[in-house]
Design a binder for this molecule. Structure first.
Ligand SMILES: NC(=O)c1ccc[n+]([C@@H]2O[C@H](COP(=O)([O-])OP(=O)(O)OC[C@H]3O[C@@H](n4cnc5c(N)ncnc54)[C@H](O)[C@@H]3O)[C@@H](O)[C@H]2O)c1
Length: 388
């Protein structure tokens, strides 16, 4: 059994999700490797120390470069705000570390191109953590498509709707600042659906988009962490929001399919409403993350008087089921999706495979998001290979 030491950079929301997955993954999947949570960095000593104690790391530091320079560290896991991904990922690649980096890979395609060049040169393994494609029901959709069950795909209709930023009293965290985030709803949640669209349908070649910023000022917060709307500061001093709150875009795929994506974090009543519907010549598929154990399927070959959506509840016989709970109805949550993602990362390292989705895919998504922002600004169809 091999042991690999992890250095994690960032101690917030995703640090918790990744740390939990690192501890739990051997209880679910056999990858012949154990991860040792060696060292974690955060913005200052007290935050790093608190994160290490809470998340189970042996050491902590307020200087992330200590992790890069530590020869004992095999894997660098980057879970900081987006503006730091480029410098950290390039430094980790140059030091010969395998890298897991949260999405979006960078703030724009110029950054992601430099990150991709660095990992290609270093020959290290790399994964950008678009975790939702690892939901068993989404992987099952992929299986139906690959087996030809829905035929040629005609249309992909994706949404990602949340409501945590609908309250104007939610503070101006890094997610609302272009310098830190690159974009707003688009990079934060829209990219997850773009990744699923690439995974299930084909490469997106052209977009025609609109974006809106509904709340252009928010109360300034002191903390580096984003509370995702769980802290309200209704009377705070206000600062400018410089990113999109909402986007709507049409999509053209390179296999001829068409589609759309709508994403917002201002949709009251929608919490993590990540959905897609795919229509093919022989059938349709529908998924909603708020019902994440289920995939709805409809086939044209069913008798006309019985035709309609049926619900397939995922369990042991479905993708990743071998490691999950023995009774399907127990269901899965966000943690299990992150555990599956960690398993995919480790399995790719151990079997010398490309980690999917790799930084190559992270870069491609950045090219699409750049095109969406350009299209929204110029109000026209825009090709996604402008930065290729
Ligand atoms: N895959 C998903 O479902 C998902 C969900 C949420 C966030 N994310 C992504 O994860 C990343 C982190 O988001 P989050 O929600 O965990 O943010 P967060 O605000 O909760 O945490 C960010 C952490 O980084 C630390 N940090 C900031 N600058 C640092 C530095 N120079 N050195 C070390 N630490 C530093 C902060 O102090 C904080 O602890 C972002 O890229 C985000 O887009 C992905």
């Amino acid at each position: 059994m091999k042991t690999m030491k992890v250095g994690m950079i960032g101690g917030g929301f995703m640090a918790k999700a990744h740390s939990l997955a690192m501890t739990a993954v051997p209880m679910f999947y056999e990858d012949d490797v154990r991860l040792e949570k060696h060292i974690i960095a955060d913005i200052d000593e007290p935050s790093a120390d608190a994160a290490a104690k809470k998340l189970g790391f042996s050491h902590s530091t307020s200087d992330w470069k200590t992790i890069i320079n530590n020869p004992e560290v095999d894997i660098v896991d980057i879970v900081t705000p987006n503006h730091l991904h480029e410098e950290m990922a390039i430094a980790a690649a140059e030091a010969g570390k395998h890298i897991m980096c949260e999405k979006p890979l960078g703030r724009n395609a110029e950054e992601t191109a430099r990150i991709l060049a660095a990992v290609d040169k270093a020959g290290v393994k790399h994964m950008v953590t678009f975790n939702y494609r690892r939901t068993p029901a989404v992987a099952l959709a992929k299986k139906y498509i690959d087996e030809g069950a829905v035929g040629k795909i005609l249309n992909f209709r994706g949404t990602y709707l949340q409501d945590w930023s609908a309250d104007p009293g939610s503070p101006l965290s890094w997610r609302f600042d272009k310098d830190f985030a690159g974009s707003g709803t688009l990079g934060d949640i829209g990219t997850h659906v773009l990744d699923i669209a690439h995974y299930l349908v084909a490469d997106i070649v052209e977009v025609n988009a609109m974006t809106r910023t509904w709340i252009d000022e928010r109360p300034v917060q002191a903390s580096q962490k984003d509370s995702l709307g769980n802290v309200k500061m209704p009377n705070g001093k206000k600062g400018q929001v410089t990113v999109d709150d909402e986007l709507v875009t049409m999509l053209k795929f390179n296999n001829g399919a068409i589609g759309s994506l709508e994403a917002t974090r201002n949709a009251w009543g929608r919490h993590n409403f990540l959905t897609f519907e795919i229509h093919g010549e022989k059938g349709s598929l529908f998924f909603n993350y708020e019902r994440r154990d289920e995939l709805q399927v409809c086939f044209s070959e069913d008798p006309e008087d019985r035709r309609g959506y049926k619900k397939v509840y995922t369990g042991g016989v479905h993708p990743y089921g071998e490691g999950l709970w023995p009774i399907p109805g127990l269901g899965i949550g966000y943690s299990e999706v992150k555990i599956i993602e960690m398993h995919e990362f480790l399995s790719a390292i151990m079997n010398d495979r490309v980690c999917e989705p790799s930084f190559k895919e992270g870069h491609r998504i950045a090219q699409v998001t750049d095109a969406i922002l350009n299209s929204a600004e110029e109000q026209r169809w825009t090709k996604t290979n402008a930065h290729a």
